[in-house]
Design a protein around this ligand. Structure first.
Ligand SMILES: *Cc1c(COP(=O)(O)O)cnc(C)c1O
Length: 434
């Protein structure tokens, strides 16, 4: 399959789209078409088996087509739990947070790492490729964990001083070997500025191959389509009706995976995007005007996005606004409602949810939990509450057990380097890696 930039100006194959991340004109890559399946023809039950079947058309005719099965087995090797929740409400929960850093971003980051390492192997690149990541917290940890000890890649993580939680900082700085972390004396925007400046530095790019692993890389979207496909197939086999999804949404990568899965013929009904007080998406759906804006800080910080990058891909898929409005719904959940929902789930249902997942539960309770509704919803649970213990513990008045994977990371030693907001400093570190 070929991949095009949304501008239509650039065409490449799977290896190009994944190793470049962004097209040379700054636009995102999209697949030439979305393959269609009959869900009854899909075999097997594990996410890895289902991913291998529905992602094959994207890998076909590339040098990686024989590698897909191994990529799926190696990267999608942690549990994704699907549970029917309670009899009172028509909901099931898809727990996507049982990977190494306890957030759903592990799925995309691990699939991308396995695929990218093989891309560079096939391209015959001799020196390791340097991946630069600016992070506000969650992405950096998932990328570091996923790329740690990959042969052809080294990773530099840039995080803002005093702006990540203690547990997030630990996850960002406990790696060694091919992953180095930098505490930038500035904000997340300064981290992004440094990364962008490095990509724009012609001399630096002659000496080193640089790449990006942020959420706009198509290698992260593909597995996100795969687990939504898997969950809808599990639901279909058990309940014989399409699944409706509610998805905590920020940069729109996770939700786009679900929309793609539906276009690929999977048994999916409604797709509902739960956002925090950053409400560009629900405002767009109600007014028809796309007005991206600066992000504001909320309790669901990993969703603090005012200008979701994947809107570009969504609008390309559905250029007619009326189609888009029929395909998705979106609701904004305030910090006050997030807190209320965390408290309610714990006191009434004995479940502990993170602030991001709370936006989806709140959306269900306020907009879909009606007596006459037969619709069953699957809620994407995007992070483990222990990752955001600083927010959740005071609300529920109880310490949260730390999952085993997260505990392992929190026991590791940490180290990092200070970095000023000065490209020269960063360039020195890139040049003198060892
Ligand atoms: C990144 C993140 C989200 C938002 O996902 P997008 O793909 O950016 O929409 C939601 N919840 C958690 C815990 C996250 O880390």
């Amino acid at each position: 399959m070929d991949f095009y930039s949304t501008s239509g100006k650039y065409k490449t194959n799977l290896i190009g789209a994944i190793s470049e991340g962004l097209a040379p004109d700054g636009c995102l890559y999209i697949p030439e078409f979305l393959p269609r399946f009959n869900p009854d023809d899909i075999e097997g039950t594990s996410v890895s088996e289902i991913a291998n079947q529905i992602l094959y058309p994207f890998f076909k005719d590339s040098e990686l087509d024989l590698d897909l099965e191994n990529i799926c087995q190696e990267s999608l090797n942690f549990p994704i739990h699907y549970t029917d929740l309670d009899d009172l409400r028509n909901i099931s929960v898809l727990e996507l947070f049982h990977g190494p850093t306890a957030a759903f971003k592990d799925v995309g980051a691990r699939f991308l790492a396995s695929t990218m390492d093989r891309c560079f192997e096939k391209k015959g690149i001799l020196d390791p490729v340097t991946i630069l990541v600016a992070t506000s917290g969650d992405t950096g940890g998932a990328v570091a964990a996923a790329f740690h000890n990959k042969k052809h890649i080294r990773v530099m993580i840039l995080f803002p001083k005093n702006q990540v939680s203690p547990r997030q900082k630990h996850q960002l700085t406990c790696w060694k070997n091919n992953v180095k972390s930098f505490e930038v004396d500035g904000s997340f925007d300064d981290c992004q500025f440094l990364v962008k400046s490095a990509f724009g530095d012609k001399e630096l790019n002659k000496r080193h191959t640089l790449s990006a692993a942020n959420s706009i890389n198509i290698g992260r979207l593909l597995p996100q389509a795969a687990y939504h496909a898997a969950a809808s197939i599990w639901h279909w086999r058990m309940k014989k009706v399409p699944a409706n999804f509610i998805i905590p949404t920020g940069n729109l990568g996770n939700a786009l995976g679900c929309i793609w899965a539906k276009y690929m013929g999977m048994p999916i009904g409604k797709i509902v995007l739960a956002v925090n007080s950053n409400q560009s998406i629900p405002d767009y759906l109600s007014t028809g005007n796309w007005l991206p804006r600066k992000s504001i800080n909320t309790l669901a910080s990993a969703m603090d996005v005012g200008n979701p990058s994947n809107m570009e891909r969504l609008r390309f898929l559905m250029p007619d606004f009326n189609d888009l409005r029929e395909a998705i719904q979106s609701f904004s959940i305030s910090d006050k409602k997030i807190k209320e929902q965390i408290k309610k789930e714990f006191s009434e249902n004995k479940i502990i949810i993170c602030p991001h997942t709370a936006t989806a539960f709140s959306t269900y309770d306020h907009f879909f939990n009606t007596k006459d509704s037969e619709d069953r919803f699957i809620i994407d649970a995007t992070a483990h509450a222990a990752k955001f213990n600083n927010i959740v513990e005071p609300i529920i008045g109880k310490k949260i057990d730390i999952p085993k994977e997260l505990k392992k990371l929190l026991e590791r030693d940490t180290s990092y380097f200070p970095l000023s907001v000065n490209l020269k400093d960063l360039v020195n570190y890139i040049d003198d890696w060892d």
